[in-house]
Structure formats: structure tokens, C-alpha cells
Design a protein around this ligand. Structure first.
Ligand code: ZN
Ligand code: ZN
Length: 464
């Protein structure tokens, strides 16, 4: 289960009442129905917090520090909404007395509500239950019938940082390889990294560097998405690529996956040679805990920008601008790292993606003949001269981005969580944090309808 941080804050207020009695609230959840996880081929359902719904005070029947009972009128209204919008209804409660897990009382009471769900919404109706213990990690489970429930493998809280609460720790980091890293951050970070599924979209200069860094950091599962092949002009900056790869016109994803496998660190790469918006990538992207946006195309960025809010998968987007001056020196030499998660202004509101450029890329991809004609008639700008690229700056930008992941997981730079946007001028040693406000009309980051919405038709509510 993935919770928006603002939802967790609100839920804690609702379920921890000042007089020490138990409280309860409802939660509407979107879902990510993953047909086949790319690493273990299993079917999985991720639940995404979409909306918190307080229980009206007049429905509270009795409360004490041990129990809470309430009427179900508002629950039935919520079931109607859930059915209409294909969402899952959840109940949330606390244990002020400190019990860390679901109680026998919970096991006895919840099936009645599940029965209510299935009477109203049919036997495919499911109910989630979230427990917020007074101290200790949140726990969640999903009822698929009054008799059958599944414990959620982990509860992640997404917002100013990424807090992951696993039910149990698998994949303990085996050996001495990451010992020195544990000396810096503790063994717990190593175990957490081992369990992570991280997407890297774009396997060029910054993407290949990011992938190699994440593998050496000990991330257990890496997803690589790119459609290009290795060309001789890439060899100055593409980590892992060899002359023979360019000669054989090997796909970049294959080369990076091979290099990761060759490290012998037990990291499992999964690659898809495709454009990120292709429906073939959906299961893999939805399986990820976090995604690095290393692409240089605007349509790919716009896609990932939307995806981050819909599926509560944080996006760490990175880019490099090099603008040499004819007279010498640089008018720009900036590495940029931007974190996109619910609560942060989106890439559109930051003017990082160019909608006109995205339209042109889209046209070139989907209607190459129209694109060629419009280019002839100068309606589209067309691909210009190749951009300058230097391996030290692309790699340094990748390092900035991966450090932001470590910050999100550990808070080593301070308790404020992620830096939403960081721009480092390599020539001037200037480290800036350009701010931005969500555009008042932005449907992606200013309003909440898409946050945690998950699966819907059409995908990401985009036509085409
Ligand atoms: Zn309970
Ligand atoms: Zn926005």
C-alpha cells in the first residue's frame, strides 16, 4: 500500500483523538493491478491512497481507548462512489494502547464490513484495512471476501521523502561487499536498497551512469527502458558501452543490462527496448518504487510527470544544459535534478518540459509523413544540431540524482526531505534551488483528482 504523506498526517489526526480514545476514518484507494511483475512474474495489486473521508461525528456510536463503533450510512455512500469510479474502500483505525498488529477483535469485526461491501458491490468487491499503531509502523491488509485476507507486503509513505515500512525484511544483503556502505548509513539502508525496484528511463549518458551507480549502491532490481542503439558518437559518455557495441548496433538497454549482470553483485536488471509511453512498459513501471527520468525527450518526460502523481511513484528527473559562448566560456553549464511527487510542483509548472517540443516529437513518432511535410513547410522546428555532451558533467549530474534518492530514504542532508529542484552550475560552483509554484490551472499538480488515482480508462486519463 502506498500512502500520500498528507493523507497519513490527516489520518493520524482523525484516528488519534485528544482524549486518548480510538478513532476511525475511511480511505478511498486507487489500484495498480500488475498482471506480471517483471522480476518475479507474479500478479500483484498495489493500493494507492486517493482520498481521506472522515466518519461524520453523528455516526459515532461509542468509543473508548479499546474500541470504536460507528454507523455505516456514510460507508454505504462511499461504496457507491467506489463502484462508480473503480476504487477500493478502506477503513483506518488506531490502537492507542500500543498493540502493534491487528487484534483478534479486528479479525472478528472486519468481515461484517466486507460482507456489506460484497452485498452492495458484488462478490468482486474488496476492502482494505489500515492500522496506525501509536508507535511502530503502519500495517495494512486487503480483504477479498469475508473469509480471505492478504497482508500488504509493505506500506510506503510518499511525500517529502520516501518512507518504506516492510512487513518483513527479505533479501538481507549477503556479504562484505556493502560493509563499507553500512559503516556510513547502517545495515538497514543496505537491506532497504536490496528490496527496491528502481526504474531508469533513458539509458544514454545520464541514464547509464545512474544505472551503474544504483547497481553498486546495492539496489536489488533495476528496470531499464530505452529504444535507441549504441552509436559511435555515444562512446564518449555511455558507461559500459564498447566499440564493438556500436559496430553491432546493440540496443543501449542490452549493453547496460549486460554490464550490470557482469558486476556479479546479484542485481537483477530487467530491460525493455521501447519508448516509455508504450503500453508494454506499464506493468514494469507500475512495479517500481521510484523512477529516474534520464530521457531527453519531452513526450517521455510529460508521460512520467503524469505517471508520478497517478501511481504515487516518485520521479527523480535529471538533465544537463551546456551552452558554450562563441567568445569562450559558457552561458550555461548546469546539472539539474528535480523530484516529482504529490505535493511538489510538476515538470510542466516548472517549465522543464516544452509542450510545443513534445507535440513535435509526438507527431514524428506517430505520423512521420505528416512530420516530414510540416518540417518542410517550417511548421515544426525539427531536430537541430546535436547538443554538446561531456562525460564528467553527465556523470556528476547522475551522482546528484542518486544522492537525492539516498536523501529521500535516510534524510542525511537534514529532516526536510527532498530538495524539489536543484541546479548546479559546474563552471561557477553555484548551487541553486530554483522555486516554482503550481500553475493555478494545473490538473496534474494543483488539484488532487489524479493523485493516487491509479488504473483508469484511458490510461493516465490521456487520449491518444
Ligand atoms: Zn484494532
Ligand atoms: Zn503542474
Amino acid at each position: 500500500m502506498l500512502l500520500q504523506e498528507r493523507h497519513l498526517t490527516k489520518l493520524r489526526e482523525l484516528v488519534y483523538r485528544l482524549d486518548g480514545t480510538e478513532g476511525a476514518a475511511y480511505l478511498l484507494l486507487g489500484k495498480a493491478d500488475i498482471k506480471s511483475d517483471p522480476w518475479d512474474r507474479s500478479r500483484r495489486l498495489k493500493l494507492l491512497s486517493h482520498e481521506v473521508v472522515p466518519i461524520p461525528p453523528e455516526e459515532m456510536v461509542s468509543v473508548s481507548s479499546q474500541h470504536v463503533t460507528w454507523g455505516t450510512d456514510s460507508f454505504v455512500r462511499l461504496l457507491k462512489q467506489a463502484q462508480h469510479e473503480d476504487l477500493i474502500v478502506g477503513i483506518v483505525h488506531s490502537h492507542p494502547q500500543g498493540l502493534q498488529n491487528f487484534s483478534g477483535q479486528d479479525d472478528a469485526n472486519e468481515p461484517d464490513l466486507v460482507q456489506l461491501v460484497q452485498n452492495r458491490n458484488g462478490t468482486s468487491g474488496m476492502m482494505a484495512s489500515l492500522l496506525l499503531p501509536a508507535d511502530g509502523s503502519p500495517r495494512a491488509r486487503l480483504w477479498v471476501s469475508p473469509k480471505t485476507k492478504f497482508d500488504c507486503r509493505k506500506v510506503s509513505v510518499v511525500g517529502m521523502s520516501l518512507a518504506i515500512h516492510p512487513l518483513e525484511v527479505h533479501n538481507r544483503m549477503p556479504h562484505e561487499i556493502w560493509h563499507r556502505q553500512a559503516l556510513a548509513f547502517g545495515a538497514a539502508l543496505n537491506d532497504l536498497l536490496r528490496s527496491l525496484k528502481v526504474g531508469i528511463v533513458g539509458c544514454g549518458a545520464t541514464g547509464s551512469a545512474t544505472a551503474m551507480l544504483l547497481a553498486r549502491l546495492g539496489v536489488g532490481q533495476l528496470l531499464l527502458i530505452d529504444e535507441d542503439i549504441v552509436e559511435p558518437t555515444n562512446l564518449n559518455r555511455l558507461h559500459g558501452a564498447k566499440r564493438a557495441d556500436a559496430d553491432a548496433m546493440r540496443p543501449k538497454v542490452e549493453v547496460v543490462a549486460r554490464e550490470i549482470a557482469d558486476l556479479g553483485l546479484g542485481v537483477r536488471p530487467h530491460f525493455i527496448r521501447s519508448w516509455v509511453g508504450n503500453s508494454r512498459c506499464r506493468d514494469a513501471l507500475r512495479s517500481c518504487d521510484i523512477i529516474f527520468g534520464c530521457t531527453d525527450d519531452h513526450t517521455g518526460r510529460m508521460f512520467l510527470n503524469r505517471f508520478a502523481y497517478f501511481y504515487l511513484v516518485p520521479l527523480i528527473d535529471l538533465g544537463l544544459a551546456i551552452l558554450p559562448r562563441a567568445s569562450g566560456g559558457f552561458s550555461d553549464l548546469t546539472g539539474r535534478v528535480t523530484v516529482i511527487t504529490p505535493g511538489a510542483p510538476c515538470l510542466l509548472c516548472r517549465n522543464i518540459v516544452d509542450i510545443q517540443a513534445a507535440r513535435e516529437e509526438d507527431l514524428r513518432r506517430t505520423q512521420p509523413e505528416d512530420y516530414a511535410r510540416q518540417k518542410e513547410e517550417a511548421y515544426v522546428r525539427g531536430a537541430g544540431n546535436p547538443a554538446p555532451a561531456v562525460v564528467t558533467f553527465t556523470t556528476a549530474t547522475a551522482c546528484m540524482a542518486v544522492n537525492e534518492l539516498i536523501q529521500g530514504l535516510t534524510g542525511f542532508k537534514g529532516p526536510d526531505g527532498w530538495c524539489w529542484n536543484r541546479a548546479y552550475r559546474f563552471d561557477l560552483h553555484e548551487d541553486r534551488r530554483p522555486g516554482a509554484l503550481p500553475n493555478p490551472d494545473c490538473i496534474i499538480c494543483k488539484r488532487f483528482e489524479y493523485w493516487g488515482r491509479g488504473d483508469m480508462e484511458p490510461f493516465l486519463d490521456r487520449v491518444g
